[in-house]
Design a protein around this ligand. Structure first.
Ligand SMILES: N[C@@H](CCC(=O)N[C@@H](CS)C(=O)NCC(=O)O)C(=O)O
Length: 210
C-alpha cells in the first residue's frame, strides 16, 4: 500500500466521463490537494499514456513509487483506502458486490455511449454501421430501464451514484441518443442528486472546453 501521505498524478482530460468519475471521488474523499491532473491524448501515439496503460485508456493514476492504477473503479477503490473511508463502497459483504455490479451497469451506459460517439469519430458517415449503433443503443436502453425501475437514493453519494451521474453527464453532452423523455424518475434523480452533491457541478468541464 502506498503511503497515506503520497501525492498522485491523474492522467485524464476534463471531458472524460470515466475521468470525471475519479475526479468526483477525489473531491468527495477530500483528496484534491494530493492529486495533480495531467491531461492525456488517447489518439496520440507519442503520449506516455500508452506506456502507463497499454490499453491507451484514461483515466489512470500514477503513484510516487511508479505504480500505475486503472481502470476508474480500481482507482476509486484505491483512493477510498488512501482516504481511510468507506463512503463510496462498502468494504466487504454482499452490499459491496451489489454496489460494484450497479456501478458496472452505470459504467456500461458510458461504455456504450462512448462506442457510439467513436463510431462517428473513427468512420465516415457513409460507413456508419447502423446495426452496431443499435447494438450499443440497446445496452443503454436496457440499463436505463433497470435504473428507472429502481433509482438509487439521490441523497446518497457513493460509487453507484457517481458512476450514474457521470453516465448522464456524458449522454447529455455528446447526445448519442435522447434518454430523458422516457425516464422521468431518472431525470428527477439527476436533479435531486445535483442538489445533494456539489462535487457534480465542481467536476463539470469548463464551458470553454465543452
Ligand atoms: N473501463 C475503463 C474505461 C475507460 C475509457 O473507456 N476511457 C475512454 C475515455 S472516457 C478512453 O480512454 N478511450 C480511448 C480508447 O478507448 O482508446 C474505466 O473505467 O476507466
Amino acid at each position: 500500500m502506498s503511503s497515506l501521505h503520497d501525492t498522485f498524478t491523474l492522467r485524464s482530460t476534463l471531458t472524460s466521463p470515466f475521468g470525471r468519475k475519479v475526479r468526483m471521488a477525489i473531491d468527495v474523499l477530500g483528496l484534491a490537494s494530493r492529486v495533480t491532473i495531467v491531461s492525456a491524448d488517447t489518439l496520440d501515439d507519442n503520449d506516455t499514456l500508452r506506456q502507463q496503460n497499454p490499453l491507451g485508456k484514461l483515466p489512470c493514476l500514477l503513484l510516487a513509487d511508479g505504480t500505475v492504477l486503472y481502470d476508474s473503479t480500481v482507482i476509486v477503490e484505491f483512493l477510498q483506502e488512501v482516504a481511510a473511508s468507506s463512503r463510496l463502497l462498502p468494504p466487504s459483504g454482499l452490499a459491496r458486490y451489489k454496489a460494484l455490479t450497479l456501478s458496472t451497469l452505470a459504467d456500461g451506459i458510458t461504455d456504450a455511449a462512448l462506442l457510439m460517439v467513436y463510431e462517428g469519430r473513427f468512420r465516415d458517415a457513409a460507413t456508419y454501421s447502423e446495426r452496431w449503433l443499435a447494438h450499443q443503443r440497446g445496452k443503454i436502453i436496457r440499463a436505463l430501464a433497470a435504473f428507472e425501475a429502481a433509482p438509487p437514493d439521490p441523497a446518497k453519494t457513493d460509487l453507484v451514484a457517481i458512476s450514474l451521474a457521470c453516465a448522464f453527464g456524458y449522454l447529455d453532452w455528446r447526445k448519442p441518443m435522447e434518454w430523458r423523455a422516457a425516464h422521468p424518475r431518472l431525470v428527477a434523480w439527476c436533479e435531486a442528486f445535483a442538489h445533494h452533491e456539489p462535487a457534480l457541478a465542481r467536476t463539470r468541464a469548463p464551458e470553454k472546453i465543452l
